[in-house]
Design a protein around this ligand. Structure first.
Ligand code: GLC
Length: 571
């Protein structure tokens, strides 16, 4: 079925390459499902929310909340799956579309279900790894991590099983309400945990939750990404089920506001980006990702946009929405201007003057051209580009980070041209960025003296291992989503084929090592849940690209005349 669908699609394509067809056309041929339910938060315009003119974005003529035309056709589509449920390894979607699923899919579903954690009889999440071979040393892999649950949540939503996602969202919201302390210091109210665990007390017959907000984490860093992922999952849930009631509850509205409050707080910032400690995201160890890491900036941008779509314009919500719109405008300008690197931009930086004073400065961050690493001159293709790892005074981290760049595409932080350029880069530098196992977390690895200084001699993050240039199968779902959004299915299929050839055989490792990602990671867990779920999500999205709408936001467009609900209902 998948092959047939693709064949059909490619016969409609006008592009030379049959794989890179115009996706919107294919999707326009699909029956629209449940038009009324499909009108979710995403279809609201700022005008409708009656705050038009409030923020600088509106003044600048950009409607962050308005979706119309273009990619809208599939992004606003109600993602099917609701009501269908599968209890065993058979995914509902395969049943629905009656295609012959790849043998790995059943195996993956079984493994994913084995990772489900229940709290007082209700499924509330999936643990990080169900690895029985790991010599009894579980560390915190027996916990439900917020970021690790993202692909699980998407897999369940795509398979028409929203309950576990709903339970997860509500439980983590309760955890957010806890008082969070590290020694004698109190954390911000909005902080969401990195992970939590269910403690069973068989004697008293009750389950208890314990959470980690950074106070137990190695290095004691709070996860800045958790709150953003929580908002993104809530929007995916809303989009997929058409159920707005959850996001509209006072509890969820407050949760969103608390997260937003924490990252929109005014301080000494001179940039709209979010200042972070090293290790506050997927790369949760010292890796030189302090400052303004792309992973956090892209997630921040996406969470701001999702929050804007879900907040109710009541007294508290409206004020928050205005702040969000203002920040979005500044953030997109900053990221697109200063984080973007392509051949031309690199050449400009190479010729930068330094020590420029006043607002006429071209080299605003005073980057010394001598700090451009040698590898970059060969790595940069003539065609292609990407958002660099970090930008702060006199410091550009030129490394490539996969997650941030894929999220930038999904959130439309990348302009369509930039998104296409990122895909071009991946294609041009396939050996480096994908190799034999998708996808390299960052490129290149740091080694020698630099590794000593940057990682603090971290033995887990030696060159081409783990966070330091290791390959993470979980990133496959993000790459696939980015491919679908940019219409580059050939890339997605090539990556999935690579993963399929090894993942199950190797026992679903957490990560791979080596320049080409050929070796199972030195300390990689087996049966790592997000490797399993990431594969399933990638497969389901390719099979039914309308699922992409759950996790993708359309590019903002110049504000059109204020639309009434009735006028935009069927847009
Ligand atoms: C590692 C990863 C982190 C992940 C955790 C659980 O610490 O770096 O991103 O959440 O394992 O899988």
């Amino acid at each position: 079925m998948e092959a047939a669908a693709m064949r059909k699609a490619s016969s409609q394509a006008s592009l030379a390459d049959p794989d890179d067809f115009d996706l919107t056309r294919l999707l326009n041929h699909k029956p629209r499902i449940n038009v009324e339910r499909q009108r979710s938060f995403d279809d609201r315009s700022l005008g409708e929310l009656s705050i038009a003119g409030a923020g600088t974005a509106s003044r600048g003529g950009w409607g962050w909340g308005y979706y119309g035309g273009g990619m809208e056709s599939y992004e606003s589509m109600y993602s099917p799956g609701g009501g269908l449920r599968s209890y065993s390894g058979t995914p509902a979607s395969s049943t629905r579309l009656s295609f012959e699923p790849h043998p790995l899919i059943g195996e993956a579903w079984d493994a994913l279900r084995r990772s489900i954690v229940s709290f007082r009889g209700q499924p509330i999440g999936t643990i990080a790894a169900v690895d029985h071979s790991a010599d009894g040393e579980v560390l915190n892999y027996d916990q439900v991590f917020v970021r690790d649950f993202v692909p699980s949540a998407l897999a369940f939503l795509m398979n028409g099983e929203p309950e576990i996602v709903r339970n997860f969202l509500l439980k983590t919201l309760v955890l957010q309400g806890w008082e969070k302390r590290i020694d004698r210091f109190k954390l911000g109210e909005g902080a969401m945990p990195a992970s939590f665990k269910v403690l069973k007390d068989p004697r008293r017959g009750v389950d208890k939750l314990v959470a980690d907000f950074g106070e137990s984490a190695i290095g004691r860093v709070a996860p800045v990404d958790s709150g953003f992922w929580w908002i993104i999952i809530l929007r995916a849930y809303t989009k997929s089920t058409g159920d707005m009631t959850l996001a509209e509850t006072p509890m969820c509205q407050k949760g969103i506001r608390l997260i937003m409050n924490q990252c929109l707080a005014e301080g000494f910032d001179t940039f709209p980006t979010l200042l972070c400690a090293d290790g506050c995201c997927m790369i949760d160890r010292r890796m030189g990702v302090y400052g303004y890491p792309i992973e956090i900036q892209a997630l921040f941008f996406m969470a701001l946009r999702c929050a804007l779509l879900m907040l109710k314009p009541d007294a508290e919500g409206k004020e928050m929405m205005e702040r969000i719109v203002t920040r979005l405008t500044a953030l997109s300008y900053h990221m697109r201007s200063y984080f973007w690197l392509d051949f031309q931009q690199l050449n400009d930086i190479y010729r930068f003057k330094t020590e420029e004073y006043s607002h006429t400065a071209v080299n605003k961050f005073n980057v010394n051209p001598e700090s451009i690493p040698d590898w970059l001159f060969d790595f940069m293709p003539t065609r292609g580009g990407y958002f660099v790892g970090n930008v702060s005074p006199a410091r550009m981290d030129f490394r490539w980070f996969a997650l941030g760049n894929c999220v930038a595409i999904l959130a439309s932080l990348a302009t369509p041209d930039q998104a296409a350029a990122i895909m071009d880069l991946i294609e041009e530098r396939w050996e480096d960025l994908v190799g034999e196992m998708p996808v390299k977390i960052c490129y290149p690895a740091i080694e020698g003296h630099e590794w000593q200084i940057v990682t603090g001699c971290d033995p887990k993050n030696t060159r081409w291992s783990y966070h330091n240039g290791g390959s993470w199968p979980v990133l496959l779902w993000l790459l696939t989503a980015a491919c679908i959004k940019t219409g580059r299915l050939k890339i997605a299929r090539r990556a999935i084929d690579l993963a399929e050839a090894r993942l199950a055989r190797d026992g679903w490792p957490e990560y791979y090592d080596g320049k080409l990602g050929r070796y199972i990671g030195k300390q990689a867990r087996k049966f790592q849940t997000w490797s399993i779920a990431g594969y399933l999500v990638a497969k389901m999205m390719l099979e039914d690209p309308s699922h992409l709408g759950m996790i993708s936001l359309e590019e903002e467009k110049p504000t059109k005349p204020v639309l009434r609900r009735s006028a935009s209902w069927t847009v």
